[in-house]
Design a protein around this ligand. Sequence first.
Ligand SMILES: [Zn+2]
Length: 341
Amino acid sequence: MLILHTPDSLLHDPEKYVRRGETVPHPEQARRYHVLLGAARDAGHVPELAGDHGLDPILAVHTPGHVEFFRTAWSRRDEWPTRSDEIFTGHFARPHMHRRPEGFLGLVGYHTADTSTPIRAGTWQAIYGSAQVAISGADAALRDRRAYALCRPPGHHAYADSAGGFCFFNNAAIAARRLQAKTGGKVAILDIDVHHGNGTQGIFYQDPDVLTVSIHGDPTNYFPYYTGYADETGEGAGAGFNLNLPLQHGLGDGTFVATVKHAVERIRDHRPAALVVALGLDASEHDPIGALRVTTAGFVATARAIAKAGLPTVLVQEGGYLSEVLPANLAGFLDAFDAVA
Ligand SMILES: [Zn+2]
């Protein structure tokens, strides 16, 4: 299948963030781009550079303020008190606060939810490029029935106006809106990243036309903590169109694949014109920040189960961090998906 990608992904290479009270090396490294691209290419899939579709498809998901903030943030670094390669804060807007401030110091904490999305010299180009990869992937999926969008930085923790969890723009949501616009039909998003797709849920929570389904490690004591529970089912017109399937930590292939099959049944009932898979690979047993024990064979079975839905599908890369099995997990997934689709 076609691999959509951009080398602009390399322009955002964060160094560190605060995890569980410790400053640790950032796992969402630029090197993931080379590892994932190499794995897909070595498996015989065909790389193609993403096109430039402009800002409108991003603005179909994100607020103008969010987009403008990241577009201009690095050029405003004179307004930041310290000189360093990264701008990030320890002050974050909470839901009960009153306003989006004008000043740069406050804006950083308004548009980010944690320390994991630092702004660097190349961040805008990387996140803009990553969104373009998702859009090109959506278009390719409608043409060829399937495509892999190698998005980096990832996207599923980003809300309409907030970055967080390594994510700035919600690439899967942008792809979903693109598919909706091009098909005029309903869309479904299946998120199999080990972390709940909280941003995606938030973006479509009141929308009955985009079904969001997320399979992830139980968030009771695991990121993103405040969302991802089974009783979050959508609201207003979107009631009944959000399905969370949290799994007990430590479970492996059997439960994971059975849960994927259950999710696919719900997606079939929705009768979407197209499907977005938020393809995190961090449910792997060897992932450095994972919580489940999915093997390469488990990812192969997962891909088969999703491909059998028979929908035009764009696979949007989410998490999945450097480990010896990361390339095999991606190649296994893409090969198995291709074999069915
Ligand atoms: Zn993840």
